[in-house]
Design a protein around this ligand. Structure first.
Ligand code: PBG
Length: 324
């Protein structure tokens, strides 16, 4: 009789498990999102994201310094724009006195080594709360592209290393690439939100930025959660239009899509472990229902195992502390 095959031998002790581990999470995989307020000395917690704060630039610089000491090198900054500065065309996004653009420059001045990523979409600046231009109740595509391109160039001018178009308009990667190149920002990268789904998991983020749509939803531009092939289609377009890195968002309910893109693309794949995913773990932990650190690391590892090269996550600092 043949001897039974015993996979448990490869799990028998920590040393063996360490030897054969297939996936390793490192601090270098992590990209930390930050919420920026105008002004000085401000720090306001996001109520649906315990432990995550909106900071004015002084606090942001401190956060970045702390994170860099933990080994995190990349940051995605999102502005919280006062309602009074919002309009139909998001014109504040490229305004001379824009506090976000000034903050980007200041971050690069203080931390030239930090990789600074920005968000390109109209919603933080739009009085309609949509990622594109609204005309007669519709989100119009091509007129939005000019606005996004102008926003991207302003951010590049301010020192952004990576531009992150999160708007899901058709053709935006090409439009932004062309505008950046024309303005001689050939070294500025584009990390495209390639497969961004119309998800309920963005709720806490919209609380943080006060950027929820004023009418309707985002289903005419963000993807239907039911679709996989569409992600491949978006992947091909973004690649052809010149994206340097691709993103899948959210992460957890879309691990299969992360794997799909990883298997079909030669570009690095980022996964955005979004606000609602963070909130779920925090809420369960507050009730004592889950061991927070354990499920956080398991979650991040699962995203890496699915194929993500980069993980945008609000857990970045907590995870980096455990990885030290
Ligand atoms: C805006 C944008 C959103 C997120 C990143 N950029 C929200 C949205 O599309 O409504 C969500 C991030 C998160 O939930 O953590 N274009």
């Amino acid at each position: 009789m043949q001897q039974p095959i015993r996979p448990r031998r490869n799990r028998k002790m920590a040393g063996v498990r360490d030897l054969i581990r297939e996936t390793t999470l490192t601090t270098h995989d992590l990209l930390l999102p930050l919420f920026l307020l105008d002004g000085q000395g401000k720090k306001i917690e996001v109520s649906s994201m315990p432990g995550i704060y909106r900071y004015s630039i002084d606090g942001i610089l401190k956060e970045i310094e702390e994170a860099m000491l933990l080994g995190i090198k990349a940051f995605d900054v999102f502005p919280v724009v006062p309602e009074t500065l919002k309009d139909k065309t998001a014109s504040y996004s490229w305004a001379e006195d824009n506090f976000y653009l000034h903050a980007l420059s200041s971050i690069k001045q203080h931390f030239p080594e930090a990789v600074v990523m920005t968000d390109v979409a109209m919603d933080p600046y739009s009085s309609d709360g949509h990622d594109g231009l609204v005309v007669d109740g519709e989100i119009v595509n091509d007129a939005t592209l000019d606005i996004l391109a102008r926003m991207a160039v302003a951010q590049a001018q301010a020192g952004a290393d990576i531009i992150g178009p999160s708007d899901m308009m058709d053709g935006r990667v090409g439009a932004i690439r062309a505008a950046l190149d024309a303005a001689h920002f050939t070294q500025v990268s584009i990390m495209s939100y390639t497969a961004k789904y119309a998800s309920g998991f963005y709720g806490p983020f919209r609380d943080a930025l006060d950027s929820a749509p004023k009418f309707g939803d985002k289903k005419t531009y963000q993807m239907d959660p039911a679709n996989r092939l569409e992600a491949l289609r978006e992947m091909e377009l973004d690649t052809r239009e010149g994206a340097d890195m691709l993103m899948v968002k959210p992460a957890l309910a879309y691990l299969d899509v992360i794997r799909l893109l990883k298997d079909h693309s030669q570009l690095p794949i980022t996964a955005y472990n979004v606000s609602g995913e963070y909130a779920m773990l925090k809420a369960a932990a507050e009730r004592g229902w889950l061991d927070y650190e354990r499920v956080m690391m398991e979650t991040l590892l699962s995203i890496k195992r699915a194929g993500a090269d980069v993980i945008l996550t609000y857990h970045a600092k907590e995870a980096a502390k455990l990885l030290r």
